[in-house]
Design a binder for this molecule. Structure first.
Ligand SMILES: Cc1cc2nc3c(=O)[nH]c(=O)nc-3n(C[C@H](O)[C@H](O)[C@H](O)COP(=O)(O)OP(=O)(O)OC[C@H]3O[C@@H](n4cnc5c(N)ncnc54)[C@H](O)[C@@H]3O)c2cc1C
Length: 411
């Protein structure tokens, strides 16, 4: 009998637990340790922000996402001791044969000099809901959307956020009264996806009259004067400020033996194995350099995105199950990622490609259309529905849709 512990019950953790359950006999123990009882689906925060969803529609008990015979422990993991094959959570010790670390990334807005509660973000569930209220009461002025630092999750989201805010004010008949600007320390939109995709996204923003400001490194904010200060640039005045907060590795990781110098976890890019035997890390908590890519002089990293957490969870779970079942661990993670880029008006673009491709990823943006938006909605429905018949129906619809458009969807 083997015990597999998964820490973190977000996208990666849930997929890993369910996949393990499908491939292991019931004598083995699968334990998922997660601090929250309720799961909120982060890609839908954008629709919470623009009023397309209510809080209840995008939150479900984590238990409902898990297959039978997975033990869910609601507790905070406060220590990981790989040398002793042990984690501590909720005042208890848990011993494992295999460990999957899926603790995601923490948001640390307070790292922004001048941060206070008047600043908005749609990168959290509560933040997206609060921003919706503010947008509803906003009568016009300058909206500044600022990517405060790197890395940040889902490189498409800030651009989607800007386009959905634009769409919101257009629908309200206020577009003429609102100026929208997107600031980023990057040199182009989504540099990680290569120059062609960056140009395509910049085009999308420009067509909507959204001003794109690259190479802007946020220094500080003065919320009394409503001014933003970027390195070596004049102060920029705003009326409504929305930020993508700084991200950092969870402290329980950065203080553990798993962490690299920046606090994240280095893994083998194909197997997701850490430097410890039978300890794997997946999703946002990992740090995976992209072959031959630099920004500006540091290696570029695989984006922190649910699509990769999901694919990595699948690989790790299958390989652990192979090992337990006495077979060879043969699954390899290849960074074929996709993203439906919401553009407003029930339209979305679709980017798909190999992020390990050289000299830069072979990612391209398909023509904007309704089908990509509906694909995103369908994915949301599949993800949030309880394990059972309804989930299977959504899964089959997604697989069939993928075939129709020539994308090998993996769920
Ligand atoms: C607004 C927004 C839009 C996005 N849109 C997309 C998209 O369209 N496509 C896409 O691919 N990605 C998208 N993402 C990114 C995606 O949500 C993340 O990349 C993904 O959730 C990462 O999965 P993960 O399992 O690594 O981490 P998470 O899903 O963040 O899960 C980590 C889990 O660990 C738990 N945890 C943390 N610390 C502890 C602890 N000490 N003890 C116990 N539990 C703990 C957390 O509660 C959480 O449930 C979006 C993100 C945001 C914010």
């Amino acid at each position: 009998m083997k015990t597999i512990i998964i820490i973190g019950g977000g996208i990666g953790g849930v997929v890993a637990a369910n996949e393990l359950q499908s491939h292991l006999s019931r004598e083995h123990k699968i334990i998922l340790i997660e601090k929250n009882e309720v799961h909120t689906f982060a890609p839908s925060y954008l629709w919470l922000m623009n009023g397309g969803r209510k809080k209840k529609q995008i939150s479900v008990p984590i238990k409902s996402l898990l297959k039978k015979n997975i033990e869910l422990v609601n507790a905070i993991v406060n220590e990981i001791i790989p040398g002793e094959k042990k984690v501590k959570a909720g005042g208890k010790e848990f011993y494992y044969d295999f460990l999957v670390v899926a603790l995601g990334a923490d948001l640390v807005p307070e790292k922004i000099s001048g941060w206070d509660d008047s600043i908005h973000t749609f990168y959290t569930f509560e933040g997206a809901a609060r921003l919706n209220e503010t947008l509803k009461n906003f009568s016009g002025g300058k909206v500044a959307l600022v990517i405060s630092s790197m890395p940040y999750k889902c490189p498409g989201s800030p651009h989607e956020g800007a386009m959905l805010i634009e769409d919101f004010f257009t629908a309200k008949g206020l577009r003429e009264k609102v100026e929208i600007s997107l600031f980023t320390p990057e040199t182009q939109p989504l540099p990680v996806a290569g120059p062609e995709l960056g140009d395509a996204v910049r085009n999308m923003l420009e067509k909507k009259g959204i001003q794109f400001h690259p190479s802007m490194h946020l220094n500080s904010v003065d919320t009394k004067l409503k001014q933003l200060f970027f390195n070596g640039k004049d102060a920029y005045e705003y009326d409504l400020l929305v930020v993508i907060p700084p991200h950092q590795a969870p402290l329980v990781i950065s203080k553990s033996d798993l962490a690299n110098a920046n606090g994240w976890i280095d893994v083998n890019p194909a197997s997701l194995q850490t430097k410890f035997d039978n300890v794997f890390a997946i999703g946002d908590v990992t740090s995976i350099p992209l072959p031959g890519r630099w920004f500006p002089d540091k290696p570029m990293m695989l984006p922190k995105a649910g699509v990769f957490a999901h694919l990595q969870a699948d690989v790790v779970a299958k390989n652990i199950a192979h090992k337990i079942n006495g077979k060879k661990a043969i699954e390899k993670f290849c960074a074929d990622g996709y993203c439906m880029l919401e553009a407003g008006g029930d339209l979305a673009g679709f980017a798909y490609g190999d992020f390990f491709g050289e000299p830069h990823p072979l990612v391209n943006l398909r023509k904007i259309g309704r089908k990509w938006h509906f694909g995103k909605v369908l994915f949301e429905k599949w993800w949030l529905s309880q394990v059972g018949l309804k989930k299977t129906i959504y899964k089959n619809l997604l697989l069939a849709g993928g075939k129709l458009v020539g994308i090998p969807v993996k769920l």
